[in-house]
Design a protein around this ligand. Structure first.
Ligand code: 8YV
Length: 321
């Protein structure tokens, strides 16, 4: 029976499905992981991991017979997919099944920024309504100019769900897409022209700190930054600085530079909405992501095929199948 190494947590139900197909080793149950890698690393042909946990190159190097890494999550910036492809290791992820949920979370961040639900709820619960009278007005989410950094599958779902607020949608990506929105080749120009900048682009070296001080300043004192992508896409120090000195108006964030650490400066700002990386975190969507993670492993074991390889491993899959 093939042997699999599971990194991070996995629901019991998924674990028993894997146990029927593989001999399972769980990293969290291995007391001396280094010793395990030396003594048993060559037996491992598959790894199940998550976007949070990833898999370091120095572990991959020790798994000499590794063939597949199945990662739970659409983002796989915690795995060096090019390094894996060069070694003939196929990496899979879980695209599409979370598009709707992540788009819903983005709409929640968008609405909370404009209508200030968190503030209003605290206003009621702390008794201020009774003491001070009606809460102050907030801004309408309707008819805004929204700039999207990224127009992939989730970006398109966000744009479509935003349509009920009658926005004008602009987008920046490496090349124009077949979508009915206005393309901007230059991110700074788009930041200057929009009121809300939504980040939904993959993390990794290519997008590291793409949203820097210059972009945040261009977004401006009444502008709103929404980050539902990866903390690494935004320069967090510049974000705090521009929010503090009023060069940027508002921020709504689901992701941070060094999770689960969130700077106190952000926590104490009233013009900021913060979520603990819950973009896709519903029972339903996490179940679908878990199922796809397992199905990639099982298909590969039974038929030598995978369902959702990452782009870097597409050619590899053609050679396998
Ligand atoms: C998950 C995510 O929380 O899919 C992603 O890329 O950011 C999230 O939906 C995470 O990857 C699960 O490990």
């Amino acid at each position: 029976m093939s042997e699999i190494l599971i990194m991070g947590n996995m629901p019991d139900k998924d674990l028993s499905i894997l146990k029927a197909e593989f001999t399972v080793h769980r990293a969290i149950e291995i007391s001396n992981f280094e010793k395990f890698l030396v003594e048993q690393g060559d037996k491992i042909s598959a790894v199940a991991t998550t976007g949070f946990v990833g898999l370091h190159n120095n572990i991959i190097e020790k798994l000499e017979n590794l063939k597949i890494i199945s990662s739970n999550g659409v983002g796989y910036d915690s795995i060096d997919a090019t390094f894996c492809a060069d070694r003939g290791i196929i990496v899979t992820h879980t695209p599409d099944v979370l598009n709707a949920e992540v788009a819903n979370t983005t709409i929640m961040l968008f609405l909370n920024s404009f209508r200030e639900f968190s503030f209003n709820e605290a206003y009621l619960k702390s008794g201020r309504w009774k003491l001070e009278g009606m809460a102050p007005y907030s801004r309408s989410p309707d008819n805004r100019i929204v700039g999207m950094l990224g127009m992939g599958r989730i970006g398109q779902e966000i744009a479509s769900r935003l349509s009920m607020f009658n926005p004008k949608i602009l987008y920046h990506s490496r090349s124009p897409k077949d979508v009915p929105y206005t393309y901007y080749k230059d991110l700074k120009t788009m930041a200057r022209d929009c009121e809300v900048l939504i980040c939904i682009t993959p993390g990794g070296i290519k997008t590291n700190k793409l949203v820097n001080e210059e972009i945040l300043t261009a977004l401006g004192p009444t502008g709103t930054l929404i980050n539902i992508a990866r903390g690494s896409v935004v320069d967090q120090t510049a974000l705090i600085k521009t929010l503090e000195d009023g060069r940027l108006g508002y921020a709504a964030l689901d992701v941070f530079e060094s999770e689960p650490n969130v700077p106190d400066e952000l926590i104490h700002m009233s013009n900021v909405t913060l979520l603990p990386h819950v973009g896709s975190a519903t029972f339903e969507t996490r179940a679908a992501m878990g199922e796809l993670t397992l199905n990639n492993l099982i298909e590969f074991k039974r038929n030598g095929k995978v369902l959702t390889p990452v782009p870097e491993c597409l050619n590899l899959e053609k050679n396998i199948t």
